[in-house]
Design a protein around this ligand. Structure first.
Ligand SMILES: [Zn+2]
Length: 281
């Protein structure tokens, strides 16, 4: 037994590459943490509006989402409503999503296909990574201990991988940041997607924690997820997100442990995993 009791951590900061990632992946846990008086904030990193002419690729996405030129403004509003429903603080940075990004020196669009965006190669854009780390650092310094809850990189989306890499750097720089990874949904529902994401990291996160969620948490996740109208199958058809599929994944994950509904988190540090597990039981 330790001589001194550790103070429980009472803050959690979720890094969300795009507006819907944290809520679709961790909406139940966001609700649970609030129930346990752990304050939650969600920082969306790639939340900037487009500039200049849209590429054919971005135009295609806007068509699927049924959103006009500044689709980001609509998505910001969807996210605002979702986070109000979950009682979480909303913060965002104005980095543009991959489909809008251009080469800073030539102005040419960087990513023109799904293969580019989900190919795992962010073209050695170290200056973007450096800027992401810097802007997050400004928001995260001198907070006191907090869970830094970041995407694991499931699905290989370059914006997710950049966020994961930034989080890993930040956790090394900031002693207060207790690094926790979430499985991105709906990507995690694809077979092998989670093991691939785990293997990409060195060392791979080895400890997982299943957060047991109540009916109330499940309902809160459902209500919050419904706010992302433009991204759901009701609007975006076959390429839209199915909330049912996400909920079923959470149910399946818990089955072996006799749990109704869960969300899963991963850790490289087993002590942080233990703290997080205690905080969420
Ligand atoms: Zn995303």
């Amino acid at each position: 037994m330790k001589d001194t009791m550790e103070d429980p951590i009472n803050q959690a900061v979720f890094l969300s590459p795009h507006y819907d990632d944290a809520v679709l992946s961790c909406g139940g846990t966001l609700n649970l943490l609030r129930r346990k008086n752990i304050s939650c904030s969600v920082i969306t990193l790639f939340a900037g509006s487009p500039t200049g002419e849209l590429s054919t690729f971005a135009t295609w996405f806007h068509g699927v989402w049924k959103l006009p030129y500044d689709a980001t403004a609509y998505r910001r509003e969807e996210n605002r409503k979702a986070l109000i429903a979950l009682n979480a603080q909303e913060l965002s940075l104005d980095f543009q999503s991959s489909i809008y990004r251009r080469d800073p020196s030539t102005g040419t669009i960087l990513y023109n296909t799904k293969g580019d965006v989900f190919g795992g190669n962010w073209k050695d854009d170290d200056s973007l990574l450096f800027d992401l780390i810097g802007r997050c650092r400004e928001l995260l310094t001198h907070k006191g201990d907090f869970y830094l809850i970041a995407p694991l990189g499931v699905g290989n989306h370059i914006d997710h991988l950049l966020t994961q890499t930034a989080a890993s750097h930040l956790s090394q720089e900031l002693e207060d940041a207790k690094l926790t990874y979430y499985e991105e949904l709906p990507y995690a529902t694809q077979s092998e997607a989670v093991p691939i994401a785990l293997r990409r990291q060195s060392p791979p996160p080895q400890t997982s924690v299943l957060v047991p969620l109540s009916e109330e948490d499940l309902k809160a996740k459902y209500v919050a997820s419904k706010q992302y109208q433009s991204q759901l199958e009701a609007t975006a058809g076959a390429v839209g997100i199915s909330i049912e599929e996400i909920i079923n994944y959470g149910k399946k994950l818990g089955q072996a442990s006799g749990l109704n509904f869960t969300e899963r988190f991963w850790f490289t540090d087993s002590h942080i995993a233990e703290q997080f597990s205690l905080a969420t039981q």
